[in-house]
Design a protein around this ligand. Structure first.
Ligand code: SF4
Length: 494
């Protein structure tokens, strides 16, 4: 049986982990729709369930095998159902997945996501599991069909892989060495997205600012930002995540001088202790990190800077931890993604001496969160009274019936809940100009009615898709099928 002979088979992709995986899942959806599958409606059991896994998060494998266990009886009662596992954990565990969960049909790796439809078909015909893991990238994934999750904001990969060897990180062994796309390909994708109505792109790379290392241009990333400035209709450019060791002043200048590049920087710190940074094999020191922040703030005083921090890395002393708190105080991050160190099998740090007891890690973590929350709140209070243009988002924040509040993102990516003016409310993808009236630690509120609404092509696209989706027959392919679909432009951490 082929997928087109009977009713359209449906799929669901479950995503874990970082932006890379979120974007890879858009490609998996695009590939499946290209092959004739339709996205399963909410609450409906899909014929094909794909897990796009992450090996970085704690207990990632327990969670995967738990979820696979839940699906086992579902699959037993549903002939023809298939389960596929891809992503970093699949790249790491390979055949182990079908040994532990023999009801899985397909295992594919980070380097061959384009093979998924073929592997599903092969598993169906052969009636046995197909495990295919490649050790290096076959095709740069951006050439694959993509079902975008947002009509107004899009991820654009500039590179994949990483040439560093941070001792806590499994990524280099699973994603391979850095591979860069050519600037013309990146800009071509950006332009076609803008033609479809997209207003905001986030340039994506494991170390986005080392872009160019493969084709020998150290200044390529700054040039790329400036080139994005020349794309008509592109209103917001962001990027994630830069590595402090590779951060160069030309990037700061490009950010400051290119009007559509947002004054927002997410730059992982990981630790403020030079001793710990060395043990992590992070090749910058606290002084360099703070120097970058200072130069960014000099060039862009309104910049919102965020970070990632790991607490309790092996060997971290109270003194080391105090050094992290010092950098946090000096940096005045708008927000920070804070993690408690825990062992990741397969990483050098997993077998290091000096693993910090869990209760010590917990106590330090709580102190760090308390400090950062206080700073985030102070920084947010400084926004009260400011007039901001907010890109209205869908699915983010709350749909508050009582207050009619909508949500969106400020230019610096702060989350803003705002009250629309009477009349027709702005649609996701439209721009609303609002005045901030209240600040909470992790969001802003604009309670007075929006001062102005700018209707955009992205909002038109959202409305067209919404009405098409309402008219779609149950079980038919979703109206949003195609290169751009609806969703939310959440900026997730790496
Ligand atoms: S933490 Fe980032 S820079 Fe370090 S090895 Fe992992 S992906 Fe590369």
């Amino acid at each position: 049986m082929t997928v087109t002979e009977e009713r359209t088979r449906t799929y669901e992709v479950r995503t874990y982990g970082c932006q890379m995986n979120v974007h890879d899942s858009e490609r998996l959806s695009g590939l499946l729709e290209d092959a004739g599958y339709a996205r399963a409606a909410d609450g409906e059991q899909a014929d094909v369930v794909v897990f796009n896994t992450c090996a970085v998060r704690e207990n990632a494998d327990n969670r995967l095998y738990g979820n696979l266990g839940h699906l086992r009886p579902v699959k037993a009662g549903r002939p023809g159902m298939q389960i596929a596992v891809g992503g970093c954990l699949a790249q790491k565990d390979q055949g182990e997945i079908v040994r532990r969960a023999p009801w899985v049909d397909v295992v594919f790796g980070t380097h061959n996501i384009g093979s998924l439809p073929v592997l599903l078909e092969r598993a169906r015909l052969a009636e046995e599991a197909q495990v295919e893991i490649k050790e290096s990238l076959e095709v740069f994934p951006s050439t694959l069909p993509t079902r975008r999750e947002s009509a107004y904001a899009a991820w654009v990969s500039v590179s994949v892989g990483c040439n560093n060897t941070c001792t806590f990180c499994i990524v280099p062994s699973l994603r391979g060495k850095e591979k860069d796309r050519r600037p013309g390909d990146v800009l071509g994708e950006v332009r076609s997205l803008v033609e479809l109505g997209v207003l905001e792109v986030t340039l994506l790379g494991q170390n986005v600012n080392t872009y160019g290392v493969e084709f020998g241009d150290r200044l390529a990333f700054g040039k790329l930002l400036r080139a994005c400035g020349g794309v008509d209709g592109l209103e917001r450019v962001r990027f994630t995540s830069p590595h402090p060791a590779a951060f160069t002043d030309d990037v700061i200048a490009a950010m400051a001088e290119t009007p559509n590049v947002m004054h927002q920087l997410h730059m992982p710190l990981q630790s403020g202790s030079d001793r710990v940074l060395k043990a992590m094999r992070r090749s910058y020191r606290a002084e360099r990190y703070l120097g970058i922040i200072e130069r960014v703030r000099t060039a862009m005083p309104d910049a919102a800077i965020s970070t990632d921090i790991i607490v309790g890395f092996p060997g971290e002393t109270e003194e080391d931890f105090q050094a992290t708190l010092d950098v946090v105080r000096a940096s005045r991050f708008a927000n920070a993604f804070t993690f408690q160190y825990s062992i990741r099998p397969g990483t050098p740090a997993a077998t290091m001496d000096g693993q910090v007891p869990k209760e010590v890690v917990q106590e330090r973590y709580e102190r760090l969160v308390e400090l950062q929350n206080a700073i985030s709140w102070e920084e947010n209070r400084a926004q009260v009274g400011r007039v901001l243009e907010v890109l209205v988002a869908e699915g983010e924040g709350r749909k508050d019936e009582a207050t009619r509040r909508l949500s969106g993102r400020a230019p610096d990516n702060r989350l803003v809940h705002f009250t629309p003016a009477e009349g027709e409310p702005p649609r996701p993808g439209d721009m609303a100009t609002v005045e901030v009236t209240y600040a909470a630690p992790h969001h802003l509120v604009a309670d007075a009615p929006a001062l102005k609404v700018r209707r955009t092509r992205a909002g038109d696209a959202w409305a067209a898709r919404e009405s098409a989706a309402c008219g779609a027959a149950p079980g038919s392919a979703p109206a949003a099928a195609g290169p751009v679909a609806l969703g939310m432009p959440v900026l997730r951490r790496a």
